[in-house]
Design a protein around this ligand. Sequence first.
Ligand SMILES: C[S@@+](CC[C@H](N)C(=O)[O-])C[C@H]1O[C@@H](n2cnc3c(N)ncnc32)[C@H](O)[C@@H]1O
Length: 468
Amino acid sequence: MKYFPAFLDLSDRPALLVGGGEPAARKLRLLRKAGARVTVVAPQAVAEITALADGGQIVLHRRPFRPRDLRGQVLAVSATAVDGVDRAVAEAAKAAGLPVNVVDRPDLSTFVTPAIVDRGQVVIGISTGGAAPVLARRLRTAIEAALPARLGRLARFAETFRSAVAATVPDGRARRVFWESFFDGPVARRVLAGQENVAREAMLSLVNRRSSGQALKGGVTMVGAGPGDPDLLTLRALSALQTADAVVYDRLVGPEIVDRARRDAERIYVGKAKGDHSADQDEINALLLSLARAGKRVVRLKGGDPFIFGRGGEEAEFLRRHGVEVDFVPGITAAAGCAAAAGIPLTHRGLAQAVTFVTGHGADGEPDLDWAALARAGHTVAIYIGLSTAGRLAQQLIDHGRAASTPVAVVSRGTLPDQRIEIGTLDTLEAMIRNREIEGPALILIGEVVSLAAAAALADAVPLQAAG
Ligand SMILES: C[S@@+](CC[C@H](N)C(=O)[O-])C[C@H]1O[C@@H](n2cnc3c(N)ncnc32)[C@H](O)[C@@H]1O
């Protein structure tokens, strides 16, 4: 380790900044964020600095640096990019026993400022000891992407409950376990989702339950796994998976996604393929209930979004009726994933002003839909679970006035490595599915917007004769 990592408390303390250019402005922002009372010394300064001086938020001396500027300061930063000046500041600060940082000159500095990830009270500093600042910035980008935006709020939220928790859970080890399960659990997820009021009530009941000696309750988080590509999981879905005790997942959720769960999490497959009912809905409900009642944090992982043809609402209703807390993490639904994969905008000025998601399967076969509305031009129809009824659905649309030549796309296993995109027209849809042996899961997109499908997909398409 080349540098000693430390965080300085500069709140309401005087700091000197020498230089008035853009690099100085960047340092000034950081010093002010940390609450320092900053004095800037520079013959000229950029507008951002002069505006702060005019507003009385900093002191600005419009002249060259003098060693006595250091008097009374707790730290100095030089950002002039003029070797002689930077050197003079560094030497004077060292002589005065003050920590000094010279921008881009670790050789003159007694401390360096790391690349930072700033989430309010939570700050992560990354340093490569001056060896590779670009690498530090890349690491920062990776960490930025992995950390929820409201992490600082979560830290503040936890802080407000610290003394209440200390009073209810006096034993240090038990308290640590409490906080660990808090940070992994649904209350923390609510804070991260910006629902602090709901979280506060849930936290109060959590603390009260502890004080009355009751066991911690389990809960179910209903998580959308997206259309298939594991990189399309949301950050929140990933965090729920990584803190789950049990993951209950469907057929549409591939192994690469289930593998993102915490290593020790129990993984339970409840997939339902057509004609193979591995677990029926009542069994799934009962399983979720028993896992939650055993105090487990359960992730109910569903393909796409749990609330779009996913029966997420039914499962949640059942669990809530039985007193189990349920929260939700949305996922990218198949229509959005497949449209992006095929380069088809679902709405597009001049081509489609509306999009409707429909299921191709009603409770007993073909669904009862408002065909006249769906048949209107300028309207994109995304059909889920529609391969086996596609011909009849297409005919209904044509019978209700949609042009037989309306372009259609069938995207099978969208976003997965073996994804297929087939393009045709409404009257050839059934023949295309049969002749090209398209298998599910597949999503059918109907509408003028399909003409905008990525050029590559269009080039692959083989023209077809109309069905019948
Ligand atoms: C029971 S629904 C579940 C939908 C899911 N909740 C969602 O929001 O995407 C299953 C249907 O979604 C569509 N689907 C799901 N994943 C797909 C994928 N990767 N490619 C194409 N269609 C997909 C298919 O139409 C499939 O029959």
